[in-house]
Write a protein that binds this ligand. Structure first.
Ligand code: PRP
Length: 192
């Protein structure tokens, strides 16, 4: 079903801004403050662990980690994409596991986008096997109408309708992750 058409990469500056970098910074600061307050009581000197899901979450995690004022560490996992089919097979596979043990630790999985929920549902199950003291989810974007499995994030910067977005870590064909604002890609790429 794939075509050999090369991707087109219009300039990001031509795309409509959904959330400006200032709006993003504001929400990240708010979530960082909320997490700092909520975990302050139970910190007891133990850093909380942020687990970013490569690659999209890298930029959100970098900002969120610095917006959290209590001690934290970070780690990364990578999962195989289940494919870009609208109707997913649901198959998610771990490509890169965490580097450090999380047993007994307060863990927050950090995502750029919660879409069908298949990735986070799989990762949550996997991380729970490590017996963390607690496990929460922070996502920059949430697309609730796309959900195929029941899962909700504990911290959400923005809830959005089903639009294909790029920037702030999110890509189209690996491009645009560095764009500072979150923008709407002009056409819905096949499979999204
Ligand atoms: C995106 C995103 C999530 C996942 C969410 O990753 O970063 O990991 O899809 O989708 P879901 O809720 O439908 O499972 P992608 O496969 O695009 O990889 P990337 O992070 O490297 O861009």
């Amino acid at each position: 079903m794939s075509t050999n058409t090369a991707p087109v990469f219009p300039p990001a500056s031509s795309m409509e801004i959904l959330f400006s970098k200032e709006q993003i910074a504001q929400r990240v600061a708010e979530i960082g403050a909320q997490i700092s307050a909520e975990y302050a009581g139970q910190d007891s000197g133990q850093p909380i662990v942020l687990i970013g899901v490569l690659k999209g979450a890298a930029i959100f995690l970098a900002d969120l980690a610095r917006a959290i004022t209590i001690s934290n560490t970070f780690d990364f996992v990578a999962v195989s994409s289940y494919g870009r089919a609208r109707v997913s097979s649901g198959a998610v596979k771990l490509i890169k596991d965490i580097d450090n043990p999380i047993e007994g630790k307060h863990v927050i999985i950090v995502e750029d986008i919660l879409d069908t929920g298949l990735t986070l549902s799989y990762l949550r199950g996997l991380m729970l096997q490590h017996k963390p003291a607690s496990l929460k989810i922070a996502t920059c974007l949430d697309k609730p109408e796309r959900r195929l499995v029941p899962i909700e994030a504990d911290y959400i910067a923005f809830s959005i309708p089903n639009r294909f977005v790029i920037g702030y870590g999110m890509d189209y064909a690996e491009v645009y992750r560095n764009v500072a604002d979150i923008r709407i890609y002009p056409e819905t790429p096949a499979g999204h």
